[in-house]
Design a protein around this ligand. Structure first.
Ligand SMILES: Cc1cc2nc3c(=O)[nH]c(=O)nc-3n(C[C@H](O)[C@H](O)[C@H](O)COP(=O)(O)OP(=O)(O)OC[C@H]3O[C@@H](n4cnc5c(N)ncnc54)[C@H](O)[C@@H]3O)c2cc1C
Length: 526
């Protein structure tokens, strides 16, 4: 059932509104931050507006209800192209975007990561740059983001409690001399900001019926609606961004819930459709003035795609672990996040706790694995523990989102995602595998499985920000270098990926961008 959206209505010809495309981490946050500063916003969201009653405590059911399931293609040497060729990236199509589906881990980028080109040096085959913004400049916005999201370990909020899976990780990591904690999460450990404490049911990832986890669906969008300055239009698929003769974005063509093409005029347009859909729309919005795609004069739209080196290790123990109980990612070892060339690779990684239900474990453990050996592992599901590596991957110009010749139901070309692993990524991955396996072995694992990557859930960098137009699509405020009233508020704007889960940074940047956009408007410069 779709929830009631909004009583506020803006005319399609109203060119005073900011049109935001996508209501996830970036777009939903920006909608709230702009409307509370008095800016009028139309929020176009391709997906439905669900309520907590709609969500299901069922891994596959939740995945199918929330995910972006439209066809894609993939290519390149990454294993994902072989295992999941038509679903290489994992994100959502629903009001709230992927914040309806995320696990809530919240970590900040560190200084070295934001100066990656300077610190890591000139690594052949990469297109590394430094962020145009410093950590010092971003930190006040990280503070605001953590407060609004209720991140544990900040603002006086206690950490989430350990579960059995964590205890395994803890003992292994401690024996090896690593620092280990339950980490930081935008999941309430105690009641906070009108949301209850988690009941530890492990189902915050399938929508979150109880509302203990921050999402734009349960926090930002209702608050934006309450300002009276937001019109939310669910089931509204943007298909084209238009511009005027001067090269300014003038409006957005979208297909509404009834399947009718509409054109919403705009004072400014903000694209926040996630890292695949945003470049796809820019490329599709090519015109005589922008023949290679909107804001793509330098050819960076869709390039430098990042997805983190994400790998998992699953181990079998003598005694039951029941890893599905409790919040699923409450564990962190951060000993390897700092850049240390002595390890043989640039950048770093986090080891995070991870658990999956039985169906997902069976599907992702080793796609295609079947027979007696597979069964001997999976039948011990109750005795399994898991961990996940989140490491920095290297930007490469050839890792990119492009358009294919095949059109989708809305007449927009299907996207292809090409990704080749860089040798640095593989060295980091192998180091991380060894660390995770060593932790489980130190805790007494009987058998460990180093599993391949599943579809990319940290999609970043395909419209990156850069100090110079010749190095990236966006400037330091997430504004297109070539189109002064076109902005990007999603993870595609990352200059490099760092190692940390990206959502806290997406939210911090969106708050900062709201300051900029509202400031420009009040000065009459936008
Ligand atoms: C299973 C899972 C677990 C995760 N766990 C974590 C975690 O613990 N910590 C963390 O930091 N990150 C996590 N992530 C990643 C995180 O959820 C994403 O990085 C983040 O939500 C991305 O924000 P975004 O604004 O770029 O896009 P999204 O949140 O994906 O929002 C994009 C929105 O745009 C809409 N849209 C796209 N195209 C159009 C169009 N043409 N017209 C209209 N609307 C459109 C989509 O429907 C969607 O609602 C996880 C992701 C997954 C899949």
């Amino acid at each position: 059932m779709d929830a009631i959206s909004t009583p506020k209505r803006y005319d399609l010809d109203d060119d005073g509104v900011v049109v935001i495309i996508g209501s996830g981490a970036g777009g939903g946050t920006l909608a709230h931050e702009l409307t509370r500063r008095g800016v009028e916003v139309v929020l176009l969201e391709a997906g439905r507006h669900l309520t907590p009653e709609d969500f299901v405590n069922d891994e596959w059911g939740g995945y199918e209800m929330l995910s972006w399931l439209d066809k894609r293609t993939s290519s390149g040497s990454w294993r994902v192209a072989k295992d999941h060729p038509e679903a290489p990236s994992w994100h959502c199509q629903v009001v709230g975007g992927t914040t309806t589906h995320w696990s809530g881990c919240c970590y900040r980028l560190i200084e070295d990561e934001m100066r990656a080109r300077t610190v890591y040096g000139d690594i052949p085959g990469t297109s590394l740059i430094d962020w145009p913004i410093t950590l010092d400049e971003l930190e006040p916005y990280y503070d605001l983001a953590e407060a609004k999201m209720g991140v544990t370990g900040t603002n006086g909020l206690p950490p989430l409690p350990p579960n059995n899976n964590f205890k395994v990780m803890y003992w292994g990591a401690k024996r090896l001399g690593f620092e280990v904690s339950t980490g930081r999460h935008a999941i309430n450990s105690i009641a906070y900001d009108g949301r209850p404490a988690t009941i530890q049911d492990g189902f915050t990832i399938t929508g979150d019926k109880t509302g203990s986890r921050w999402s734009t669906l349960n926090v930002e969008i209702p608050r934006a609606l309450a300002t009276g300055k937001l019109e939310l239009r669910p089931q509204s698929r943007a298909v084209l961004i238009e511009h005027d003769e001067a090269g300014n974005a003038s409006g957005v063509v979208y297909v509404d819930a009834a399947g009718i093409r509409q054109r919403q005029k705009a004072r400014a347009v903000v694209l926040a459709g996630n890292c695949i859909e945003s470049p796809r729309l820019l490329l599709h919005s090519a015109s005589g003035r922008f023949p290679d795609g909107l804001a793509n004069g330098w050819g960076h739209v869709g390039r430098h795609y990042l997805r983190h080196v994400i790998q998992t290790v699953w181990s079998v123990f003598d005694k039951p672990v029941n890893m599905h109980r409790g919040e699923i990612m409450t564990g962190l070892v951060r000993d390897f996040v700092r850049h240390d060339p002595a390890r043989g690779f640039a950048g770093g990684y986090y080891v995070e706790l991870n658990s999956m239900g039985l169906p997902t474990t069976a599907a992702f453990l080793e796609p295609g694995w079947w027979g007696r050996d597979f069964v001997s592992v999976i039948e011990q599901y109750s005795h399994m523990a898991g961990m996940l590596l989140s490491g920095e991957d290297m930007p490469q110009p050839g890792n990119r989102v492009t358009l294919t010749d095949e059109l989708d139901a809305f007449g927009v070309p299907v996207a292809n995602i090409h990704y080749d692993d860089h040798p640095n990524d593989l060295r980091l991955r192998n180091h991380g595998y060894k660390t995770m396996t060593a932790i489980h072995k130190a805790a007494g694992a009987k058998r460990s499985i180093e599993a391949p990557a599943y579809p990319a859930s940290h999609n970043l960098g395909s419209n990156r920000m850069a100090a110079r137009a010749e190095d990236g699509v966006l400037d330091v405020n997430g504004r297109a270098h070539e189109v002064p009233n076109l902005f990007i508020a999603d993870g595609s704007g990352f200059a490099t990926g760092g190692a940390c889960n990206p959502t806290l940074t997406i939210v911090a940047l969106a708050i900062r961008q709201a300051d900029f956009i509202a400031g420009q408007m009040s000065k009459g410069e936008l």
